[in-house]
Each structure stands twice: as C-alpha cells, then as structure tokens.
Ligand binder design. Sequence first.
Ligand code: FAD
Ligand code: NAI
Length: 472
Amino acid sequence: MSKQFDVIVIGGGPGGYIAAIRAAQLGFNTACIDEWKNDKGGPAPGGTCTNVGCIPSKALLQSSEHYEHAGKHFADHGIEVKGLGLDVAKMLGRKDAVVKQNNDGILYLFKKNKIAFFHGRGSFAKAGGEGYEIQVGEETLVGKHVIVATGSNARALPGVPFDEQNVLSNDGALRIQSVPKKLVLIGSGVIGLEMGSVWRRLGAEVTVLEALPTFLGAVDEQIAKEAKKAFDKQGLKIELGVKVGEVVNGKAGVTVNYSNAKGEAQKIEADKLIVSIGRVPNTIGLNPEAVGLKLDERGAIVVDELCKTNLPNVWAVGDVVRGPMLAHKAEEEGVAVAERIAGQHGHVNFNTIPWVIYTSPEIAWVGQTEQQLKAAGVQYKAGTFPFLANGRARALGDTTGMVKFLADAKTDEILGVHIVGPMASELISEAVVAMEFKASAEDIARICHAHPSLSEATKEAALAVDKRTLNF
Ligand code: FAD
Ligand code: NAI
C-alpha cells in the first residue's frame, strides 16, 4: 500500500525541512524524507548545515575564539590566565551536542507541524496518475508535488579522494581529534578561511593554497584587502596564484606539490590536508532518470526562477540548484516554493541575500561590490567608516575593519554594504532590511542608532556617503 501526500520533500536540510514546515502550515499533507544518520544510525535531519556545515563550524569557531582570547587577549583587560589548557575532545563533544540539539529541534518541529518524517533515501520510482511515486526503503510514497532539496557534497581534487583521516572534506575537518602540527588547506574560500582559523587558533601551523591570484575575488576589494591584512597578522599563511600538482597521501601525513605564483616548484608536508575547493550538487540515489528530471552539466537540477524543474509539480531548492550555496538561500527558496504550490506569490530576492564569513574579523556583505559597479558602468558614491573610530569597538578591544556603503550617485539608493570587523554577521541585517525596502544611504544616516554600539559605524558609513561623518 502506498502512502499518499500532497507534498513530498526529499532532503531534510535547511531547504527541505523549512519547505516541509511551510507546506504543512499552508494545510498540505506533507512528508519529508531525509537519509542523514547520526553516529548511532538514527535520524539526524538538518542536512549539511546542521551536521557538517554551518552549525558545527560556528561551534568550533566560537570555542577556538574563546581559547585565543584567553591566551592572547584577556591580559589586555587585566585578566590573568595561568595554566591555560586545551581539551580538544571536550571541545568536539560540545560541538556534537550543539549539533544534536539542532537535529532534535527539527524532529520536534516535524511532530509539531504534523509532518510525516521518513528516515532513509528517497528515490523517484515513476510518475503515475496520482502524482510521483517515491521509494523509501520498502515504502512507496506518492506525492502530488515533490520538492527536491538533496543539497551538495564537497568537491574532491581529481585523483585525491577524501579518506577523512589525512585528506579531509568539511566533514573530517570538523572532527580532527588533536591539533595537527601542520595543516594545509587547498582553497581559500569560505571553508578554507573558517576552518583554517579554527585550527590556527588552537595552535596548528596553517597554510592555505589558493589557485586564484586575488584573495576573496567575490568580496569588495577594499574589504578583502583589509581582511587579508588581519589574517596575515594572525599568522594564517595564505599563498595565492598556486597550481596544485601531485598530492601524496602517505601514512604519516600528506605531501602537496604545487607551483607558486612565480611558477616555482614547491612542496609542503602536512599532518592533515583539508580540501575546500567548492561543492557539487548532490543527486546520488535520487534516480532522476526514472521520471526524466533534467540535470545540467554540473549535475545541478535545472530550475527556472521559480524553482520549477522540467517536470510538472516537481520543484527543487537549495544547494542542488543554481545560485549561492547558502543555508538561508535554501530556506527562502523552500518557503517560496511551498507558497507557490499554495497558489501564493512566494519570492526570493537574490540581490539581498547576505553573505557572511565567520572569521575574526568577520566579513559580511549584501548587494554589489565596488568592482561590480565599475564593471557595469554604474555611477556610485562610496562611504566608509573605520571601527577604530567607534566607541563600542574600542571598549570591546576589537577595532579592526570598517563598514562601507555604496549608493547610487543620483538617487542615493543603497547598492551594496560591505563590512569587515566585529559582529559583521549581525550588523549586515540592517543593510539587508534597508536594501529590501530600497532605502537610500540618507535613510540610514537619519535613523537613531543606540550608543555605544557597533551599529553606529553603519550609520557613520551611511553619513560618509554624503561626506559628513560625525566621529571621523
Ligand atoms: P543540505 O543541507 O545538504 O541537505 C540535504 C539533505 O538531503 C541532507 O540531509 C542529505 O542527507 C539529504 N539527502 C540527499 N539525498 C537524499 C535522498 N535521495 N533521500 C533522502 N535524503 C537525501 N551556509 C550558510 O548560510 N552559513 C554558514 O555559516 C555556512 N557554513 C557552512 C560551513 C560548511 C563547513 C559547509 C560545508 C557549508 C556551510 N554552509 C553555510 C552552506 C550550507 O550548509 C548549505 O548551503 C545548506 O546546507 C544547503 O541546504 P540544502 O537544504 O540545500 O542541502
Ligand atoms: P568556495 O567556493 O567558497 O571557495 C573555493 C576556493 O577554492 C576558491 O577560492 C577557488 O578559487 C579555490 N580553488 C578551486 N579549485 C582550486 C584548486 N584546484 N587549487 C586551489 N584552489 C582552488 O568553496 P568552499 O570554501 O569549499 O565552500 C563551499 C561553499 O559552502 C561556499 O561557497 C559557501 O556557499 C558554503 N559555505 C558558506 C559558509 C558561510 O556562509 N559562512 C561557510 C562555509 C561554506
């Protein structure tokens, strides 16, 4: 006997579980299928984000930052720390507990919203009269609508498979049992910088090898430069413009052969190697061929701007489709699709999706960079304000970085906001709201911001667009 649903969601990551909740809220009889297993073989919904991505990485970033503060910065506040120690097992245990709280939270939300949860792999079987048949183990589910949210996997270097012992993906990078003496990361993107920061703070000698000649090419140049200065000062060694050659995974560690920016042959030995060169869309086991679901040459499910696939009533969201691979982008698409199924006008504004890199300093941005505006020939005005001139940042003892506004030269509409500095991840929300409401830089400049707060730097950067900062 098959089980009939209005909506079946395949994948329980941020795209999938949020889509399922919204569909259930809208009155649909909804199922969510997710195959992730915890170490006991039980369900662990939440996907990459909860299990081996956003959540555990932020837990380790927080723990390692506390350790660095205790060792290097508490003394500035007159706090003496003697006999500082590090218990990596406990730190990892805390991280695992945080992950479990999130897994359990999602299982609770499934119950609360009366979503039928199936633990296992969902595969398309066939398209029939009542909808699409999805096989999960022995069970057959039939859904009028199917939302595919099967996420992504780490991309391996060709010929260098992840063994998660020496050659690590994001998964192994979050489970290193003791601080490696030497750690090499390939790729200085978001994971390279976040995971590189964690293990550097805990005492590893970290080298990041990046193929591109520019550091964080997608980030506003001025902001990326400021961030690079801070990382250099911290001792995070980043080599740009390298070409990675043979990687030898030996018993004792890994040797990476590469040529540097000058084309000179180099060799670096490491106890562990983290490969963080991007991610690939995941449709393993989904069996898209059974129903003729179309994928592109990268393996992503082809969708239009509404997340519709080539098949009627089959939708796809999150990392498995085009666009930035971010949890909040996946969530927004999940909500929008559920609303579209209900005949509503769910919408996702790609221009106001914030990006955050949770290093120290944090890097956050929304909208266009200065280089993008230049390339598009847009006339703009820029305003920056350094945290050095912000009272709260001085009190915190963290004055690295700045807030930068880019506004249309004629209309003053905010086109982009870029932040490098303390709590950039939180500060960026104001800019997202402002841009969503098509605010001008003057709107932000006229709003009362609490004193002393880091958000005053945002107001001052908005004032700087009109060359009238008050505190700098
Ligand atoms: P996923 O989270 O990958 O979820 C897909 C789920 O589907 C998984 O549980 C998988 O097991 C399941 N699945 C796949 N196929 C099937 C099948 N056939 N049947 C049943 N289940 C299936 N993003 C941010 O916004 N902020 C961050 O701070 C951040 N940090 C990150 C840190 C790291 C180290 C990594 C790797 C990623 C990070 N990301 C972050 C990116 C974020 O994790 C992804 O963008 C997000 O998880 C995508 O959500 P998703 O629902 O599309 O897919
Ligand atoms: P990434 O796309 O951020 O960075 C990959 C980097 O590797 C790029 O700089 C690229 O030029 C470089 N690279 C590619 N091939 C290379 C090679 N052969 N040799 C050397 N360098 C090479 O990808 P990353 O860091 O793996 O993260 C994947 C995705 O996960 C991110 O794009 C992001 O969407 C998401 N993520 C988001 C986070 C956040 O929001 N804070 C945190 C971590 C990941």
